[in-house]
Design a binder for this molecule. Sequence first.
Ligand code: ANZ
Ligand code: ZN
Length: 816
Amino acid sequence: MEYRAQSLEKKWSTRWRENQEHLVKADSKKSKYYALDMFPYPSGAGLHVGHWRGYTISDVWSRYKVLQGYEVLHPMGWDAFGLPAENAAIKLGIHPAVSTAKNIANFKRQLQEIGAMYDWTREINTSDPEYYKWTQYFFVKMFERGLAYRKKMPINWCPSCKTGLANEEVIDGTCERCGTEVTKKEMNQWMLKITAYADQLLYDLEKLDWPEKVKRMQSNWIGRSEGARIVFEVDGVADAQIEVFTTRPDTLYGATYMVLAPEHPLVERITSTAKRDSVEDYVRETLKKSSVARQVVDKTKTGAFTGAYALHPLTGAKVPIWIADYVLMEYGTGAIMAVPAHDERDYEFAQTFHLPIVQVVAPSDTADALAGVSHDTDETPPLYVGPGVLVNSGQYDGLTVEEGKQAIVEALAEKGVGEKTVTYRMRDWVFARQRYWGEPIPIIYCDKCGTLPVAVEDLPVRLPDVERYEPTGTGESPLAAIDSFVHTTCPKCGGPARRETDTMPQWAGSSWYFLRYPDPHNDKAPFSSEAVNDWLPVDMYIGGVEHAVLHLLYARFFTKVIHDLGLIDFDEPFQHLFNQGMLTLNGAKMSKSKGNVVNPDDIIEKHGVDALRMYELFVGPPEDDAEWNDNGLEGVSRFLGRLYRFFQQHVGRTSATRPELERLRHRFIAQLSERMETFRLNTAVSAFMEYLNALGTAANHGGIDRATLETLAVTLSPFAPHLGEELWSNLGHETSVFAATWPTYDKQWLKDDEVEVAVQVNGKIRTKIVISSDATEEVAVAAAKDHPDVLPWLDGKALAKAIYVPGRLVNLVVKG
Ligand code: ANZ
Ligand code: ZN
């Protein structure tokens, strides 16, 4: 009768494996459900209990969907290319393929232990040539469509990892991998034109059931701004025009100076001789700063005057042109018209350098008073960024901000010096890394024929063996040192040609892996469209919030491209996204480097997998961070033991069903189902605990019926699948509990919390009392005896007998 988790769990996991219980039946007639984990990067550290939280949540959810009658695809694989394996190779001299294979074996063992229903026949490894062949294929398709292109440009460069980085990989000015401050380096780069999909990536967010926070992060990342481009002539410099981007064309009359980014190509041409030295000094200083440091709002404003003037496109006034590091070359046009009265950064700059501040927008209620005010009062107007009406703006005075934008852009457009436009913060994706452990970019350079994609039938371009993994630091990947890799023949003219030696970034393989699981062994195509259209979009995608912009944005982009290639009929990959919270220990995030990880292997040895699974849920609301607590784990473990013993005690001698049990059972199913549907999985676990307590009391009134035990076994099985199977088989079933159905409840049992009960004394009705419908006899009798209408009839007499007919009456028999 003791609950021996380990042997019981071993029995069932062996049986699942032998019966191939978790094979997905693609031809099933059931509705399909796709529940996906963000696949892990198989690091050397293995999984700690913090990682298990997401995997537990997704498995509980998948098994719940199985019980609801879906055919569930719940696959697993490895995001296996990436820097850590390569860095370990450099340090220890172990080939990344070898260390990766070893890590995968360990991860797989751990994930099998968790009792998850992964269909391992669909396992994916992004570093497997059979897989990356198709990653290269998509690159070729993008190249053919002009979505992959090569460009010389200053890119983010990590001096420690010695590789280029995408904007998304630069976190607060430092390398996402190693924390080193990122610098700029001018290099020829392969780029993916993600900006071509900027509007779709933005507007389609609306279609998704994602946490608002993640949607907001993506939309901020895309950073769509509506505004205008305005052209300013430079006074006395023929053909020099400064184009600015502004979101506030309505404030044009308040533009009292211009600012170019120090890197702006016009700076050299327009700078006057007198100002040349100071301007060059300033440019040099700026190039040392990261773009994050340059964007800090309240930092002291610095800049230099070029000595040149622009001409205001409407008034013809001369406006001084400055350079300053708060204007970034990468955004808009790299030049601004500065309106200090209505822009915070311009306001500070103007104050620092004593440039004129002219108010051109006033809050509506003060507009009349201000309209006549001339510019040259001594008083500096306050910064005003709110709505209002135009003032000091010639014929446009009195228009609202919105009307002003419209009217001024129209006037500029008529003169051919301005137009409405949209600007994005998001840049194209730098898609090349100067590293070894990644997918080779399938491109060939021929002196005669130019830049050509590798023919699809020649894919994959295999990663060759190298002796030295170290990046060269010159900006070339280690592949450049392997002659046999570099030298090839031109696919067009057959002449000598060279291969591209850069590899793809970490994020390449994960941008489409979810499309591969429905058809993972296809060697004719990346997947069968039919299979993928059948299963996708992913119904539930579970993973950490740290992927809010990188992976999730790239995966959406790839999906849209693949949709436009005509291969799939949907254009968003993940319908529902869930981000689990982190597990902490003593307030700190668990991580190997902090030395504060709880190893699941130890816990399983002591309490079993099911206890760990249930505790991973019980620890707190799944979306919140939660603190690991050994006592909590032990409590859950004891609860499972209690439940097991309760079951064994009643399973051999079940009673008849009675209303008390039915009421409890239906209420439990209703409560648990509601908590599942709202993803409150921690309170779902407490629903079991409350139910078991209530059943303990009810058992004393005449035992436990079979329906109760069946309900317990089935509902428990998503949470504690091994124990669920055991209890189910204890009931005499020969098939798996996952062939059963999640129970439904009857609303009739949910109403009538309270009942009216007649109270008789020696057979005569004396009053009626209202008590809880599942009140025990003890409670009902006590309530009857104490009622003021009953007390006189009991006065001075002895109570000989008390009978409670549940829900109907209490009969008190008195003597004397
Ligand atoms: C004039 C103006 C007046 C502006 C005003 C703002 C307020 P978002 O919303 O982020 O798109 N800007 C444009 N390009 C820039 C660059 N490369 N570096 C730094 N700042 C730049 O912001 C657009 C506004 O940011 C633009 O509108 C411009 O300043 C500035 F009352 O132009 B505005
Ligand atoms: Zn050629």
